[in-house]
Design a protein around this ligand. Structure first.
Ligand code: IPE
Ligand code: IPE
Ligand code: MG
Length: 249
């Protein structure tokens, strides 16, 4: 493993979060408040994604992970699901060249087998094209679920070690869909709900959690800065006492 596990070692607590993970929630309510159809909120949400990606690059954040579609979002009306898929396709068509020019590495994380072939091909091409970019790794979680992730990692781990019955955390973690990234330092959920909704269950073990009422389409770079300031005021103890931390300084 390249990255430090928060449970097996005491990781660094960087001043500027190295990895920010966001549940982009509240698109539908943003639209409903304006007497608009829910889809208008999703369309506006894409603009917010663009602004926040740019803001993360400017702030030197190395990894940004965005929850775009959960494994439970298929339960939504078919119309909304198909619109979200179309939006995803257009966003890829429009943004990948720009991302590449800005040295952004794009990853799409989740059970992609449920997407149609055209979308899967687009994803594979975009990932291939941006694979060597270094400035920011942008992960879009699509048909992602934390439980799915732990299950698929377990399956892969068992395949990699046939007959072995005793495993370490590291042996499992290396098969998680986001093994290429450190655990998130800062988790943000917009839209007022205070829950994880099956996002990164394993990796959020020691992330700092930040909840805001702001709906995702209104989440601006200034709002991101507020979340970072809150993060910077936290004492990340990773199980130790405050006195132990003070002595280290
Ligand atoms: C988040 O906004 C976007 C997705 C889940 C795709 P919502 O669509 O959940 O918006 P609300 O929570 O209904 O307002
Ligand atoms: C979580 O939002 C998933 C995404 C933002 C993609 P939801 O709106 O689906 O979550 P719940 O249903 O309110 O928990
Ligand atoms: Mg929601």
């Amino acid at each position: 493993m390249i990255f430090k596990s928060s449970t097996k070692t005491v990781p660094d607590a960087p001043q500027v979060p190295c990895h920010v993970a966001i549940i982009m929630d509240g698109n539908g309510r943003w639209a409903t408040r304006r007497m608009l159809p829910r889809v208008a909120g999703h369309v506006k949400g894409v603009d917010a994604v663009r602004d926040i990606v740019e803001a993360c690059v400017d702030r030197g954040i190395a990894y940004l992970t965005l929850f775009a579609f959960s494994s439970e979002n298929w339960r939504r009306p078919e119309e909304e699901v198909s619109l979200l898929m179309r939006l995803f396709v257009t966003a890829l068509e429009r943004e990948v060249a720009k991302m590449h020019a800005n040295d952004i590495c794009l990853k799409v994380v989740g059970d992609l087998s449920r997407f149609d072939v055209k979308l899967r091909d687009m994803i594979a091409n975009a990932e291939r094209r941006t694979a060597n970019n270094k400035r920011l790794t942008l992960s879009i979680c699509a048909n992602y679920g934390g439980r799915w992730d732990i299950m698929q990692a377990t399956r892969k781990m068992l395949e990699a070690h046939p007959g072995v019955t005793d495993f370490t955390e590291e042996q499992l973690a290396e098969h998680l869909a986001m093994a290429y990234a450190p655990e998130p330092d800062l988790f943000i959920r917009t839209g007022g709900e205070q829950r994880i909704s099956n996002f990164l269950l394993w990796q959020l073990a020691y992330s700092e959690l930040y909840f805001t009422e702001t709906f995702w389409p209104d989440f601006s770079p200034a709002a991101l800065d507020e979340a970072i300031v809150s993060y910077q005021s936290r004492e990340r103890r990773f199980g130790r006492t405050g006195d132990q931390l003070a002595q280290k300084k």
